[in-house]
Each structure stands twice: as structure tokens, then as C-alpha cells.
Design a protein around this ligand. Structure first.
Ligand code: TRP
Length: 465
């Protein structure tokens, strides 16, 4: 370990740096943070919007190559330095570029958690309505749009979600969170299988299954790649420093390659199940209407209620579904916010309480802007997007590629691929080492630069994707 921080702080941190109980504990923790709204809410709407099967194919290819290489790198760097991102970058140098690389990774989760909490608020609202038995009105056509256009109500539900997250951070009951997610995850899988079978067997749904699973190159556009890459970062919680932190908690006997594979399989399985619940339903209940396919963030809230309203046990299913989604969202939001809090504690030297208050202020400020962006603030258009979409675009399409690029540069130029491979080899043979080196050296930087420039050019209206 390099010097860099003063000794006292380093020692103290060493003491408080907990470890995962074992290999399985680590995989479950990473999978628990990976599975969230990204899988259930974000993946299906992007797949519907950006070409169905061709989006899925692009996503899978990116995940198995680029995503794989980045997860391995971030985890190994965390384990090597025993630091979260700002400290990990700082361990290799003091220049501005190192600080920038660390901070951009650390700031991303702070910008995600506010708008994530807005979606979390929508989920609570739907849960509440199912509990009241409003199953058929939720399935009505304008229901969702009317709800978010009433910015005041959306704001209240958002605040409720945000307060739940902050309460857990204040109370420090994270242990409980882990226990909850162990029970919740299997339940979520069972329910998702059940609902997706129901949805796929509705009349007309088969077209949707085809649209989602069979690649059609006619639907390909640059935006397919940009969106798929952003989603890959988002869903696997990469390019935002989280895995540095998790890597710093693991012991040398954890097989980094194998655990990466397990997390990827699990995360993708849940995303695909969500796709199979939602996209066939668009075809069965809206006749594959192109407008519905383009619905974006609202897609889950429009189609899922229609599925439930048509089933025998719809209200019960609605309650269970939104409850599980809520728990998945809460656990993810808690670890996103926790990462912000620990950055404040470690880097700014704030107390736990002060750090949590600061994180709370960030959540309420940016979250309220996102929640009200469909209501009283709907005149605000940032680069042609609503406030919520803007935060999503800013983090996923602009900042995460930069964060990923800084990790690539750190690994290839500073740490060295050999040294990184040695870290992985501490626990097991590095089977895909050659591929890994190729991805890090050539594929990743080229992809990132191309994507970054095309998303900027698209926003500025130079090209249209
Ligand atoms: N991957 C999570 C999801 O799919 C969202 C997320 C991104 C996240 N980064 C994270 C969760 C960091 C926890 C920690 O919803």
C-alpha cells in the first residue's frame, strides 16, 4: 500500500474496514446492489425504445467483454489498495488527473440517488394504490401521466422514499438490509417468472417476445449502442466507484473472475425476466403501439398495471410486485447513498451525521427538481430533456464513460496490466487474461471515446442518432 493519507486516518480506516463473511457473502452483496430499478424499470424501457432484440444483443456483447473487464479491474484495484475510489486513485499519484479520476467515480452515485428516489417514490405510490384496491383505475390510459404531472403528489412520494433511505443511513441498520435482500431476491425471481409467463401467454404477446429476443438490424442505431453501454454501467453498478469499495472489503481468497461471472449472470437473468414481463405486455395490451414502445421511464408503470388488471388475482399480484420492486429499489438506493456518505466522511473528514445530512440535502434538492420536472417545472428543458431524463443522461451517457476511461487509463498506463493480473491471480488462475488485456488496452478506450463523442454530438444536434 502506498502512503498518501496521514497515518492516523489510514490506521483508523484499516480497523473499521469490515470484510465480507465469505465468498458467497461477497457475491450476494454485489448482486444485491446490482439488482434494482435498473433491471426492472430501466432495462425493459430501453430495450423497448432502442430496437428490442438488437438492443439485447448489443447489451449482452458489451457486458461479456467490456463490462467483464471493468468489473474485474475495479474489484482488483479496490482489493489492491484497500481504498474506495478517491483513495484508490490517490494511492497511485497526487497529480490533478488522479484526483479527477477518483472524484468523478465518487460523484456519480451522488447524482444518481436523487432521481433514483423519485422513481422509488412512484413505486411507493403504486404500492399504496394497490393496497387501496385501485387496480382498475391504475390500468387506465392517462393515469400515470396525470400522476406525474401533478408534481406536488409525486414530490410527496419522493420525499417519503428519500426519508426511508436517510433513516436507514442514520440508524445504521444496514445489517437488516442485507437480511431483507436475501429473502427478497428469491421471491422476486419466482414472482417475475410467474408474471412473465402470464404476460407471454396473452393473445398477441408473441410478437412482443419476438421483438425483444430476435435481433432485427433495421432497428439498429448508434443510440442503441450508447443506451446499451449506459445501461450496462448502471445495471452492474460499474463506472461509479462502487466496486472499488466492495473490492476493498474482500480477502485474497475470493476468486474475482468467478464472482464477476456469477454477478453478471444473475443481474442479466433478472433484467431479461423483467423484459419478458413488460415488452410482451406492450404488444398484448397496446397492440405493439410504437408510441407505447417509446414511452421511456413510464413504461413499467403503464404496462404492468394493465397486466394485473386483466388477471384473476391482480390486486394481490400488484401488491406483491410493487412491494418487491420497492425493496429492491430501497436496498440499491441505500448503498448508492451510503457510497456518497462514506466519500464525504473519508475525503472531507465530516462526521457520519454531517455527511448524512449533506447527502440528504443533495437528494432533496436534485430529487425535488426531478420530481417537479414533470409538473410545475415542466417548462424547464435541459438539452431537450426533462430534468429527470437529464440527470439520467448526464450520469449514464457522459460521466460514466469518463469514469470508465479513467479506470482504463489507470490500469493500463499507471498500475500496469501485469500487476493487475497478478492481483487477480492471488486467488486463482486468470483464465481469460489475454482477452482481458485486449479489452482493457484496445476495445474499451475505443468504445468509450466513440460513444462519448457521439452522445455529445447528438445532444448538440450535430448528428442525429
Ligand atoms: N445497479 C442498480 C440497479 O440496477 C443501480 C445502481 C447503480 C446501484 N449503482 C449502484 C446500486 C451502486 C447500488 C450501488 O438498479
Amino acid at each position: 500500500m502506498k502512503k498518501g493519507e496521514n497515518k492516523g486516518a489510514a490506521l483508523q480506516k484499516e480497523k473499521s474496514r469490515s470484510s465480507f463473511s465469505g465468498k458467497l457473502g461477497y457475491v450476494l452483496a454485489v448482486a444485491g446492489s446490482a439488482v434494482g430499478l435498473g433491471n426492472i424499470w430501466r432495462f425493459p424501457y430501453l430495450a423497448a425504445k432502442y430496437g428490442g432484440g438488437i438492443f439485447l444483443l448489443t447489451y449482452l456483447v458489451l457486458m461479456l467483454t467490456f463490462g467483464y473487464a471493468l468489473i474485474v479491474s475495479e474489484t482488483a484495484l479496490g482489493r489492491m489498495t484497500r481504498r474506495s475510489p478517491v483513495g484508490a486513485f490517490g494511492a497511485f499519484g497526487k497529480r490533478f488527473s488522479f484526483r479527477f479520476g477518483g472524484w468523478i467515480n465518487a460523484v456519480i452515485p451522488m447524482l444518481i440517488v436523487p432521481y433514483y428516489s423519485v422513481i422509488g417514490g412512484w413505486v411507493i405510490k403504486y404500492l399504496f394504490e394497490y393496497l387501496r384496491g385501485s387496480t382498475s383505475s391504475l390500468a387506465g390510459d392517462g393515469y400515470f401521466t396525470d400522476f406525474i404531472a401533478n408534481g406536488f403528489e409525486a414530490e410527496l412520494w419522493f420525499l417519503l422514499f428519500g426519508i426511508l433511505v436517510l433513516a436507514v443511513l442514520f440508524g445504521g441498520v444496514k445489517q437488516g438490509v442485507e437480511r431483507v435482500s436475501k429473502v427478497m431476491m428469491p421471491l422476486l425471481v419466482v414472482l417475475a417468472i410467474f408474471v412473465s409467463i402470464y404476460s407471454m401467454t396473452r393473445p398477441g404477446a408473441f410478437e412482443g417476445v419476438k421483438y425483444f429476443l430476435v435481433p432485427d438490424f433495421e432497428h439498429f442505431s448508434w443510440m442503441t449502442v450508447v443506451a446499451a453501454m449506459g445501461q450496462m454501467f448502471y445495471s452492474l453498478s460499474i463506472a461509479m466507484g462502487i466496486l472499488y469499495t466492495y473490492g476493498s472489503y474482500i480477502k485474497e481468497d475470493v476468486d474475482i473472475e468467478k464472482s464477476t461471472k456469477q454477478v453478471e449472470v444473475f443481474d442479466t437473468a433478472i433484467a431479461m425476466l423483467a423484459g419478458l414481463m413488460i415488452i410482451p405486455a406492450v404488444f398484448a395490451f397496446s397492440g405493439g403501439d410504437p408510441d407505447t414502445l417509446q414511452a421511456g421511464p413510464s413504461l413499467m408503470f403503464i404496462t404492468i398495471p394493465k397486466v394485473f388488471a386483466s388477471m384473476g388475482f391482480g390486486t394481490g399480484a400488484g401488491i406483491i410486485f410493487f412491494l418487491l420492486v420497492l425493496l429492491a429499489a430501497l436496498t440499491s438506493a441505500i448503498s448508492l447513498a451510503e457510497s456518497g456518505v462514506s466519500t464525504f466522511e473519508d475525503q472531507l473528514g465530516f462526521s457520519r451525521r454531517k455527511s448524512t445530512l449533506l447527502m440528504g440535502a443533495v437528494i432533496i434538492l436534485f430529487g425535488s427538481a426531478s420530481a417537479l420536472g414533470f409538473g410545475v417545472l415542466d417548462f424547464v428543458s435541459l438539452l431537450g430533456m426533462s430534468i429527470l431524463d437529464f440527470f439520467d443522461f448526464l450520469t449514464n451517457s457522459l460521466m460514466m464513460p469518463v469514469a470508465a476511461l479513467s479506470t482504463c487509463i489507470l490500469v493500463t498506463r499507471v498500475v500496469g496490466l501485469d500487476k493487475l493480473a497478478k492481483e487477480v491471480e492471488k486467488s486463482s488462475e486468470f483464465k481469460r487474461k489475454k482477452m482481458y488485456c485486449f479489452f482493457m488496452k484496445y476495445l474499451a478506450p475505443v468504445c468509450i471515446v466513440v460513444i462519448l463523442f457521439s452522445s455529445i454530438a447528438n445532444v448538440l444536434g450535430w448528428i442525429s442518432m
